[in-house]
Design a protein around this ligand. Structure first.
Ligand code: NAD
Length: 309
């Protein structure tokens, strides 16, 4: 197996670090446009191998796509992160050009690759990658729900005083502060609805904290977060390379599912060696379905901006 991570910044390097520690592939390429950064981080990570006990070979590359040739999975993290007060959507102008160029370069050298898109605004960047590459929809997957659902579980676990591993909770819809939908009605603690244990007020607070989970960190850190985004990206790589058939919420092309067409949006999918293999119908109630439609409208208007950048 060969995996490439494009963008050796905070998120890309953390994705790569998680991939190496878990030995998800034999060869891992880290590529960045900034001279020397990818090589430096690749070498630094390689020097942890003796301490952490892994054998994945990590190669750094300054914009040399020949080194990425024959990748099975590619994670695209290149692009600007948001600064405090910015929305993910404000990044579209710069990041569209970066993601489009990167996707085309990758495709030239790895025509069989499965793409995981991390760069923001992620749902629109996923849609853009689908258009720019013309690849089958199963091979273009946006990372948002994996992270947002982990944040949702984090806030639930803190309130319930339980292990996040005992929770099932997903976030669907767009990957934006106002467009994501934490499905609290369907969240369970070892199969018991979490709503049995939480007041309405607490439920609202947890949903709200989840929705602004990224912005909260951006305010604290001065840039966007990386540990959880990096772990979320690597978890998706793991599900694919190990053919786990794991249910993870991802942004994928919808063709009628959840009442939407011609858009990439977060829905529960099965991830395996072919990419996303199946969309699950979580049977949203009328209120949740209305939120999903509103989320789709917002992402669609963002997608329309692509024609102008
Ligand atoms: P960062 O600035 O630390 O790293 C970005 C890297 O991309 C830099 O090293 C930069 O040199 C590189 N880059 C820029 N243009 C490039 C190009 N054309 N080719 C190759 N490399 C290029 O930023 P970060 O914190 O790692 O965030 C990266 C992206 O991921 C941002 O758009 C951010 O908003 C997004 N993000 C998404 C999620 C998510 O859940 N989907 C979570 C966190 C961050």
């Amino acid at each position: 197996m060969k995996v490439t991570v494009v963008g050796a910044g905070a998120v890309g390097a953390t994705v790569a670090d998680n991939i190496a520690r878990k030995e998800l592939c034999e060869e891992l390429v880290l590529l960045d446009i900034k001279e020397g950064v990818a090589e430096g981080k690749a070498l630094d990570m390689t020097q942890t191998a003796a301490l952490l006990n892994f054998d994945t070979r990590i190669i750094g590359s300054t914009n040399d796509y020949a080194k990425t040739a024959g990748s099975d999975v590619v994670v695209i993290t290149s692009g600007l992160p948001r600064k405090p007060g910015m929305t993910r959507e404000e990044l579209i102008g710069v990041n569209a050009g970066i993601v489009r160029g990167v996707a085309q370069n990758i495709l030239e050298h790895s025509p069989e690759a499965i793409f995981i898109i991390v760069s923001n605004p992620m749902d629109t960047m996923t849609y853009l990658t689908l258009q720019a590459t013309g690849l089958p929809k199963e091979r273009i997957i946006g990372m948002g729900g994996a992270l947002d659902s982990a944040r949702f579980k984090c806030y639930l676990a803190l309130e319930l005083g339980c292990s996040p591993a005992d929770l099932n909770a997903v976030v669907v819809g767009g990957h934006g502060d106002t467009t994501m939908i934490p499905l609290i009605r369907q969240a369970t603690w070892n199969s018991v609805p979490v709503t049995n244990f939480l007041s309405e007020e607490k439920q609202k607070e947890i949903v709200q904290n989840t929705m602004v989970g990224g912005a909260t960190l951006t305010k604290l850190l001065g840039t966007s977060a990386w540990y959880a985004p990096g772990a979320a990206g690597a978890a998706m790589v793991e599900a694919i390379v190990r053919d786990e058939k794991k249910l993870i919420t991802c942004s994928v092309k919808l063709e009628g599912e959840y009442g939407q067409n011609d858009i990439c949006l977060g829905v529960p999918v099965i991830l395996g060696k072919k990419g996303w293999e199946k969309i699950l119908d979580f049977q949203l109630n009328a209120d949740e379905q209305a939120l999903f439609a509103k989320s789709a409208d917002a992402v669609r208007s963002m997608n329309n901006v692509l024609q102008t950048v």
